[in-house]
Write a protein that binds this ligand. Structure first.
Ligand SMILES: [Ca+2]
Ligand SMILES: [Ca+2]
Length: 201
């Protein structure tokens, strides 16, 4: 019973918490660029400024821009190189409404091994226009599953189904969207790379 009460009060506290949450697609392939959204939930006082750090997996690159809720408050997004440390501020006292405050484009390295990767947010800060700190926490940590490049249908394995898909692209029955070696065309080399993906797994 005590545990239940604790859980209820904990979830109530979390529900009232100002949070920043990164979200995006569940899967990506090596070399692919993905669009992520940074969302502000602010059930309490709204912040006039925000700061956060994005912890990118090794080799991944990122670019960021202000989201609609930040633009509406006329805030400017200032970021370090690779957009790991970012601040949303402006020469105004406007507070930001809950919603999309940032947009990221993250490029998965072409050498990324398949597996589950986390992109956590750390060093979160929120403040009023008077520079008074407001409580803020990270929402659930964003996770993305990087698929093997040769797993064309994204089902977690490379097999005959993927071989058929790359053959279809070689013969022009479908667009060449899974160019395995990045040379701009689908041919024998890409078929052999899918075969190698099947044998190596
Ligand atoms: Ca597959
Ligand atoms: Ca190719």
């Amino acid at each position: 019973m005590k545990t239940l009460l604790l859980l209820i009060s904990l979830s109530a506290a979390l529900a009232a918490q100002t949070t920043l949450t990164l979200s995006g697609p569940a899967t990506a392939r090596p070399g692919q660029s993905i669009d992520l959204v940074l969302s502000l939930a602010a059930p309490g006082p709204r912040p006039a400024g925000l700061q956060w750090t994005l912890e990118l997996p090794a080799g991944a690159t990122a670019a960021a821009q202000a989201g609609a809720a930040a633009v509406a408050a006329e805030k400017t997004l200032y970021c370090s190189e690779q957009a790991t440390l970012c601040l949303l501020v402006a020469l105004n006292q406007t507070t930001m409404a809950p919603g999309e405050v940032g947009k990221y484009t993250v490029t998965v390295p072409s050498t990324a091994a398949k597996g589950l990767y986390q992109i956590p947010l750390s060093g979160l800060m929120a403040a009023s226009a008077q520079a008074v700190v407001q409580s803020i926490a990270s929402g659930p940590v964003y996770e993305i599953r990087v698929l093997a490049r040769s797993d064309l249908n994204g089902d977690g394995v490379t097999n005959m189904a993927d071989l058929q898909l790359i053959l279809d692209q070689v013969f022009g029955r479908s667009p060449c969207s899974d160019d395995q070696n990045g040379d701009g065309r689908c041919d024998l080399l890409d078929v052999l790379l899918v075969v190698r993906g099947a044998l190596d797994q």
